[in-house]
Design a protein around this ligand. Structure first.
Ligand code: SAM
Length: 276
């Protein structure tokens, strides 16, 4: 791959050659800071037995550094023009380029562990992270997102934005901010700054049935304004049973879903599974 790519001249040159512009509908903000691109990729786990998956490679700002890493790489990009560009630029043969919507991708088809990297399209940041958290073969994520999105995703307990994703992120081991990124590092320039964070998914499971934990926790937030008792009752379709379980867990019946911590949701899941 000829590069480096994360610079203004390269991005403007190719958008001009293709007679196009950054597409808002795909959340395209191209990185123009190659030092940053290199430093992000340097934090991606080196493990030749894992697959490295890049979400939204675009013109290849991160890909340029990623191709030098060992192991099989998969690039998933929704814009066919970007995919054609990458196919022309990439000579390495351990790289698969998929022209598709990441949200439709079947991550289970890979029997290897997956290490994920990406400068995410802002319009589906939350959906992408939720999908990665629910997949059980993702071991690391190194992601660039808008600062506001990060604050929402990692909102603390009792805050308005606290959500099942905040709980799942805590469950997998929490997040670590790697760098703050100015809005001037992109073309076109977004209205807000971004940051890069990493998640290293813990190996030890705190609960056997993780998918039940994710499902139940999400169900408890379906009616955010209602109490945990309301949510649990509608999930179990049995108010008496819901009350018994909450009493068992010494949880006030009037508590709201955003006032309850990870430990509570783990215990709640175990209690519900016990009753089945
Ligand atoms: N990685 C490039 C960079 O850093 O310059 C581009 C990042 S840009 C913020 C997001 C990229 O994700 C774009 O290339 C966009 O076309 C792609 N994209 C948007 N929606 C997508 C989706 N649902 N699935 C896969 N790629 C998507």
């Amino acid at each position: 791959m000829l590069g480096p790519i994360a610079n203004k001249d390269y991005v403007l040159k190719y958008l001009n050659i293709y007679d196009t512009h950054a597409l808002k509908k795909y959340g395209q903000n191209f990185l123009i800071d190659d030092e940053l691109a290199e430093s992000i990729v340097s934090k991606v786990k080196d493990d030749k037995d894992s697959i490295i998956l890049e979400i939204g490679p675009g013109l290849g700002a991160l890909t340029y550094h990623l191709v030098k890493k060992e192991g099989h790489k998969v690039l998933v990009e929704i814009d066919p023009l970007m995919c054609d560009h990458l196919k022309h630029q990439i000579q390495e043969n351990d790289i698969e380029i998929l022209n598709m919507d990441f949200l439709r991708m079947n991550l289970k088809k890979y029997d290897k562990e997956i290490v994920v990297v990406g400068n995410l399209p802002y319009y589906i940041t939350t959906d992408i992270i939720e999908k990665l958290l629910l997949a059980n073969n993702v071991t690391q994520m190194t992601l660039m997102v808008q600062k506001e999105a990060y604050e929402r995703l990692t909102a603390p307990i009792s805050s308005k934005e606290y959500s099942p994703i905040s709980i799942f992120l805590e469950y997998v081991g929490g997040t670590k901010i790697l760098s703050k990124v100015s809005r001037h590092s992109y073309i076109p320039e977004p209205h807000v700054d971004s940051l890069v964070f990493q998640v290293n998914v813990k190996k030890e499971k705190q609960i056997e049935n993780e998918s039940a934990f994710f499902k139940i926790t999400k169900a408890m937030f379906l009616m955010r304004r209602k109490t945990i008792l309301n949510n649990l009752t509608s999930y179990l379709k049995d108010k008496q049973k819901a009350e018994t379980i909450l009493n068992e867990l010494s949880c006030p019946l009037t508590a709201r879903p955003e006032q309850l911590n990870l430990d509570f949701y783990l215990k709640l899941t175990k209690e519900i599974l016990k009753c089945r």
